[in-house]
Design a protein around this ligand. Structure first.
Ligand SMILES: [Zn+2]
Length: 224
């Protein structure tokens, strides 16, 4: 089961710095990817559905994909959200709560509208910091307070966490479980399968310069 990882979706590449460029998939490419997925019979699976499949062994129909977006950029609402709806997909958005309402980032009202449309709004921490280096008491506060804020904005439960920069440890995994998170996504490349750890889920990064052929190959789709 592929869990795709995106950050920014932009209509025109406004940024010049290599880090932002690296995190950006152009809207035209993103739409072509959604069209290819839809055309190949793929439909969305939510993270909660994925969890039920992994932990409760609920059967999953073939050709399901989980779409995720990290960091809560405003283009997730202005560009990605309408395209997701056009092709009938939902996605999980991992939000850094201290950036909500800041320039270039999602607002609370946008999060609420997206949640009402079936999008999963999940936690990426209060701050975008390396959680593997945080004292556990600090990590605990980040996990509790970010969840509380997002649940107020989105009006639905937060059940998943994305480790900032993908960095995680076994004690962090246990902490998430103790706090009743259901799971967490990493940046470990690969597909999620029956042996996957719900607190260390693999993802498939969609890169800025992926052609449709590369995208199809990453997902084992028929060649476009
Ligand atoms: Zn991030």
């Amino acid at each position: 089961m592929p869990v795709l990882m995106y950050h920014r979706i932009d209509v025109s590449l406004s940024a010049r710095d290599p880090v932002t460029v690296h995190l950006t998939v152009m809207a035209s490419a993103f739409e072509a990817q959604l069209r290819a997925l839809h055309g190949a019979g793929y439909r969305s699976l939510t993270l909660d559905d994925l969890w039920a499949a992994l932990v409760e062994h609920v059967p999953v129909p073939p050709r399901r994909v989980v779409l995720t977006f990290d960091d809560g950029y405003e283009d997730n609402y202005t560009v990605a959200f309408p395209l997701l709806r056009r092709y009938g997909f939902v996605a999980a958005f991992f939000i850094v709560t201290s950036t909500v309402g800041k320039p270039d980032h999602l607002t609370a009202a946008q999060l609420q509208e997206m949640a009402r449309a079936g999008m999963e709004i999940e936690s990426h921490g209060q701050h975008h910091v390396d959680f593997s280096r945080l004292p556990l008491a600090v990590a605990r506060g980040e996990l509790l307070h970010s969840r509380e804020a997002i649940e107020q904005w989105a009006g639905r439960p937060v059940t998943f966490f994305a480790y900032p920069a993908g960095r995680y440890t076994a004690p962090l995994e246990r902490l998430l479980g103790d706090l009743h998170y259901r799971g967490a996504v990493t940046e470990v490349p690969g597909l999620v399968g029956p042996a996957s750890d719900p607190f260390a889920l693999e993802r498939v990064r969609v890169d800025h310069d992926d052609s449709l052929e590369v995208f199809a190959r990453k997902l084992h789709l028929p060649a476009p």
